[in-house]
Design a protein around this ligand. Structure first.
Ligand code: GTR
Length: 328
């Protein structure tokens, strides 16, 4: 005869088992990953590729669903949601982290990298690994860095050849105090604004310009309303792929390793897609009427001293800058 007590014990055990399963991702899990870019953009395709690797290697237990086009929100707003575990993964630029995690300012700094190769070498090496670890203090797991090419200024008024050409221009920047300082140091007025609002702000003249790499200038169609693209190439601020620590900690050690490895392997895929997309985007904006000009960079570099003075403050950040510069 089944007694009340036995029933109670059974229910208790079932609840415990359910809680354990829920806690350990023992069954199937589909991670929700956010990105502001449209479907097909290299960052999106790289995270999808990571999802394919995970699905194969976990025999279908672990999948990633990439929510593109800012369906889960603009970058700055998704940071807390990722920290709290409402969103499991986030592919986001370094800049929106600048105010929260001081060390992320360093790879966003103007002219810190000599070239794309230099940037890749730094981010792939011990400096990059240490920076990924910084995210853990903020409830996030840093999984990998992706490329973001170089950012240049574009505007609707005139070609920029020297900092003086920017005087008084209203330039949209990412929500980062460092980017505000960068633009202010060039004599322009910085307006921090979420990415998704930039097109209409350009169109209505709320701002005169913005700054970004070729693929973003193209995919957003900003070139239609802001045709002067001046190759200042002032920042190579990389993208970062992070996971909520809450979500990550539900995995056992073996699955954590699977996730980390798949993320790292998606970097090569991303770079291949990125290099192709940059060329393609450059051709598209030119065909679409963008006026491109090369820029003598030294006057821009010289103007950046106040930015370094303000954001490279303590010994740790100074060491990081020196270490990056020392990478050949
Ligand atoms: C893009 C970058 C995005 C976002 C955007 C912006 O290049 O991939 O993550 O930072 O720029 O300017 O807001």
């Amino acid at each position: 005869m089944i007694t009340r007590r036995l029933l109670g014990a059974f229910a208790g055990a079932t609840l415990l088992a359910m809680a354990a399963a829920g806690h350990a991702h023992a069954q199937n899990v589909t991670l929700r990953s956010t990105d502001i870019h449209p479907d097909g953009y290299p960052t999106i395709e790289a995270v999808k590729y990571m999802g394919q690797l995970l699905e194969q290697r976990s025999n279908g237990r672990i999948k990633i669903n990439v929510f593109h086009s800012a369906q889960l929100g603009q970058e700055k707003d998704t940071i807390d949601q990722t920290r709290f575990g409402v969103i499991d993964m986030n592919r986001i630029n370094m800049a929106p982290f600048n105010n929260l995690i001081p060390a992320t300012n360093v790879p966003s700094l103007p002219f810190i990298f000599r070239s794309v190769d230099h940037m890749r070498k730094v981010m792939d090496g011990p400096i990059g690994d240490n920076l990924l670890k910084e995210f853990e203090k903020h409830d996030l797991i840093g999984l990998a860095f992706y490329d973001s090419g170089s950012r240049s200024f574009y505007n609707s008024k005139r070609a920029i050849n020297a900092p003086a050409d920017m005087k008084g221009m209203k330039i949209r920047v990412q929500q980062s105090d460092m980017f505000v300082a960068l633009v202010s140091a060039l004599g322009a007025n910085a307006t921090p604004m979420p990415f998704g609002e930039v097109y209409s702000a350009l169109q209505t003249g709320v701002i005169d310009g913005a700054e970004n790499n070729w693929p973003s200038y193209e995919s957003t169609r900003h070139f239609e309303v802001s045709k002067f693209y001046s190759q200042t190439e002032h920042s190579l601020s990389p993208e970062v792929l992070v996971m909520s620590k809450r979500s990550f900690d539900k995995f056992n050690a073996a699955d954590k390793e699977l996730v980390r490895a798949a993320a790292k392997e998606s970097v090569a895929k991303m770079r291949e897609l990125w290099d192709a997309r940059e060329k393609d985007s450059e051709a598209k904006v030119k065909a679409g009427g963008a006026q491109i000009n090369k820029v003598e960079k030294q006057p821009f570099i010289d103007a950046m001293k106040p930015v370094y003075d303000r954001f490279v403050t303590d010994a740790k950040l100074k060491e990081m800058v020196a270490a990056i510069q020392a990478v050949k």
